[in-house]
Write a protein that binds this ligand. Structure first.
Ligand code: ATP
Length: 305
């Protein structure tokens, strides 16, 4: 492998007349990432995905996939699966026939492959029902199956859980995780709800009004959330000594004596026990956990102001 990122964009822009749907966006997707592309409706997620999949032309900037530059991406089409907007479904055929057509189109002759895909997306029970009569959730599943045909190394899914019920969301999430951990498949998944991605994403690109406002690892995002333990005791400085002995270092004492602790949020029990055994009274101890969704809303809210 003579490239660092499976997908890299550099100052990628797309203008529709005066509208900048995408404005100098640079993202970096490594082998094995589940990359969450997050942004409100109209942020530019679909535009970005369409460009990297060769469905729309960029205005400026560049990108490369598997080390191939954007004018060579036809060469890697078979290594990439995609589900963007209306999936390529033939409404007059059932799910299995749709999958057989896709397999044939990409040169897969293994007769078992369409059946394997049908099982994986949980549509075996749809039988002979025509895809045109499917619910939105069933169409999404079939679209995902079509994207996964031929074991692509990179799968691009635009809002894949749209229209799925809670059980369906869990199943699709599990499927993505299994393909990622067992086959090393790299995913780029868009959503306007960060919480939905937070259970699986390993890296995020957050976009707003066509701009990438943050790109970070999932672990960094968790650290950036303003989660904390708030502790009030009858002796703040003695309490800080006890906390240090317990292994806490990321904390501060406010002027009113309240101690704010920014790590090890599940150790409130240890803290109260240790304080008690040192003769310090705990007056109040509260865990305030900020969800990643909240952090994201704060971030895009600030940008919009
Ligand atoms: P959604 O989740 O609603 O699809 P998105 O983040 O995918 O949102 P895009 O579809 O990429 O957003 O759209 C980004 C911006 O570009 C929006 O303001 C949209 O109105 C505009 N846009 C997209 N396609 C076109 C087009 N063909 N002509 C003109 N403007 C467009």
């Amino acid at each position: 492998m003579d490239y660092k990122y499976i997908l890299e964009t550099e100052n990628l822009s797309k203008h529709y007349g005066k509208k900048k749907a995408l404005d100098s966006v640079s993202i970096h997707v490594s082998q094995g990432d589940i990359y969450g592309l997050v942004g409100r409706n109209g942020a530019g997620k679909t535009t970005l995905m369409k460009i990297i999949c060769g469905l729309s032309k960029k205005t400026n900037g560049s990108f490369s996939i598997f080390g191939k530059s954007d004018n060579e991406i036809k060469d890697i089409a078979s290594r990439r699966g995609l589900l963007i907007e209306s999936p390529g479904i033939y409404p007059e055929y059932d799910a299995l026939t749709n999958l057989r057509i896709k397999c044939k189109l990409i040169g897969i002759n293994d007769m078992e492959e369409p059946k394997r895909l049908l099982k994986m997306i949980g549509l075996e029970s749809a039988g002979k029902k025509k895809a045109g009569k499917f619910s939105l959730g069933m169409k999404q599943r079939l679209g995902i199956g079509i994207a996964l045909a031929g074991h692509p190394d990179l799968v691009v899914l635009d809002e894949p859980i749209n229209g799925l019920d809670p059980q369906g969301i869990i199943e699709i999430r599990d499927m993505i995780q299994t393909l990622n951990s067992e086959n090393g498949t790299t995913f780029i998944i868009s959503s306007h709800i960060l919480d939905e991605l937070s259970k699986i994403a390993t890296k995020y690109g957050i976009i707003n009004n066509g701009n990438l406002i943050e790109e970070c690892l999932a672990s960094d995002l968790n650290n950036r959330c303003e989660s904390r333990i708030e502790l009030v005791t009858d002796n703040a400085s003695a309490a800080v000594n006890v906390l240090e002995k317990l292994g806490f270092s990321q904390m501060k004492v406010r002027e009113d004596g309240k101690i704010l602790i920014y790590e090890q949020f599940d150790r409130t029990g240890d803290i109260t026990m240790a304080l008690y055994s040192e003769g310090i009274t705990t007056i109040e101890i509260v865990r305030k956990l900020e969800s990643v969704e909240n952090y994201y809303l704060r971030l895009v809210g600030k940008e919009s102001e």
